[in-house]
Design a binder for this molecule. Structure first.
Ligand SMILES: [Ca+2]
Length: 479
């Protein structure tokens, strides 16, 4: 047992030093680090998946700030019938991770197949709202940021446009620079009512068929229900009762904490209803049998040691992928990253994956090919949430152990406002601070986010709440 643990720790620390600190993580792909075994990279078949005679449509449904919580994933108190059905009709990944637990860099990472520190979009950026005039999305935009994806790195939207796809995005932008994402249609859709996303999808489909006939389309459907402030986004029909929830590790059983967490789960149920309506529209369109549907979240929920950090709940997200040629009724534990989405899409439509993409194609897993594997290790990072909230960290997970390195632990970690602010509807943070004498363990755990050591190591299998840092344990120290 001790041998195994030493090996795991040594492996993670070495990998980390070579990859996430700017070695392999910054080169073309992880396979370029010859001395390290990252596992095989699948080769491309250069065919269209499912034997289709035309490239499939792609619908990417992206939740905002939703951790790995679905009734399909076994979350107590939660009922997500639409997502559960989608998961059953899909290959569902139980071990999928965002590359970063902040909105903008995670989204850029999905669209470039690269880590934020590699593609240039390393923190949240200032961007126009989705309904701003066209000129705000060009090079003359008044809403520009100094940070964004490098000009010479192709985004998925640029590639799909070249391949003849009609492209659309709903509700949320938060991408930078804007001109690297030349969507044909931007569609406004408020969080509520729960039918508004479906209406935007219907509008998009009508425009595609009217203007582009039988061209394939790519549509990103964004769901902001799960982003704080949850209270304003909850329809009474989807409320989760406080008595029905089981609080995560580190959440003291205080009425306001219970209410806050139940509000979060209610927002997941609200989003689930919205997703149900979008699926109905897609089914009615007759496009379902030539459409790949991907559902995931940009990062984890808005609590300390989750959003805007590299702790487990910040990056662990659900991932369902359904479509022609893709196995349904499969729950796979293979480790995958959201940077794998772009190469997977390109592989499924028979388009060459650019050499700069660091993600791997999941097509072999989706097709159920014999011996198909995910990653041996999955990496995540945090650099800064907003421009002034710098706190660089790196993490690597091997399916059991999570190793974290806080690169500048001497810096003051600034908690993003929605993780504590009452004006964001956050009921939990103040309640935990107020009850620090009654719940010292939970208070100390939450506050540990402000004073982190250089290294952390957690046994996720036995300590999912990451309460015990094993990095100085005797038997691990030698490694
Ligand atoms: Ca987000």
């Amino acid at each position: 047992m001790s041998f195994i643990r030493k090996t795991v720790s040594l492996g993670l620390a070495s990998l980390f030093a070579a990859s996430a600190l700017g070695g392999c993580g910054g080169v073309k792909n992880e396979g370029d680090c010859d001395s390290l075994d990252f596992g095989p990279r699948p080769t491309q078949s250069m065919t269209i998946i499912g034997g289709l005679d035309r490239k499939p449509n792609i619908v990417l449904m992206l939740a905002d700030d939703q951790s790995y919580h679905l009734s399909h994933a076994g979350t107590p108190g939660l009922s997500t019938p639409n997502n559960d059905r989608l998961a059953r009709e899909s290959t569902f990944f139980t071990n999928a991770f965002a590359s970063c637990a902040s909105c903008s860099p995670s989204r850029s990472s999905i669209f470039t197949g690269m880590y934020p520190h590699s593609n240039g979009h390393w923190r949240n950026t200032v961007t126009p709202s989705i309904n701003a005039p066209d000129k705000e999305f060009g090079r003359e935009s008044s809403m520009q940021d100094t940070v964004g994806v490098h000009e010479d790195i192709p985004t998925l939207i640029e590639i799909l446009k070249e391949e003849g796809y009609v492209t659309g995005i709903t509700q949320k932008w938060h991408l930078s620079p804007h001109w690297k994402y030349p969507f044909d249609y931007r569609l406004q859709s408020p969080r509520l009512p729960v039918t508004s996303s479906a209406q935007a999808v219907k509008t998009f489909l009508n425009m595609v068929r009217r203007n582009s006939k039988d061209d394939p389309f790519f549509l990103m459907v964004n769901f902001g229900n799960t982003h704080r402030e949850w209270q304003s986004g909850i329809d009474g029909r989807y409320k989760v009762k406080t008595d029905d929830v089981v609080l995560p590790v580190g959440f003291p059983d205080l009425p306001l904490v219970r209410q806050d967490y139940a509000n979060y789960l209610s927002s997941v149920q609200t989003m689930d209803a919205a997703i149900g309506h979008v699926l109905e529209v897609l089914e009615e369109s007759g496009e379902m049998d030539r459409t790949i549907i991907i559902y995931t979240s940009d990062q984890g929920y808005a609590y300390p040691r989750a959003k805007a950090s590299v702790y487990f709940d910040g990056t662990h997200v659900p991932l369902s992928i359904k479509g022609p040629g893709i196995k349904s009724n499969v729950n796979t534990d293979e480790l995958v990253s959201l940077i794998d989405i772009a190469p997977t899409i390109l592989d499924c439509i028979g388009v060459k994956i650019p050499d700069n993409m660091q993600g791997i194609s999941l097509r072999p897993i989706l097709e159920g090919q014999e011996g198909a594997k995910g990653r041996k290790y999955v990496f995540s990072e945090h650099n800064a949430h907003g421009p002034k909230e710098i706190y660089p960290s790196r993490a690597v997970y091997d399916g059991r152990y999570l190793y974290i390195r806080n690169l500048m632990p001497e810096l003051e970690y600034k908690l993003p406002a929605d993780l504590y602010g009452r004006d964001w509807g956050n009921l939990a943070y103040d309640a935990i601070v107020k009850a620090k004498d009654e719940y010292p363990f939970e208070y100390d755990l939450m506050m540990s986010i402000f004073s982190r050591p250089y290294e952390e190591l957690y046994d996720i299998a036995n300590d999912p709440g990451q309460t015990k840092n094993l990095v100085n344990e005797k038997e691990l120290k030698k490694a």
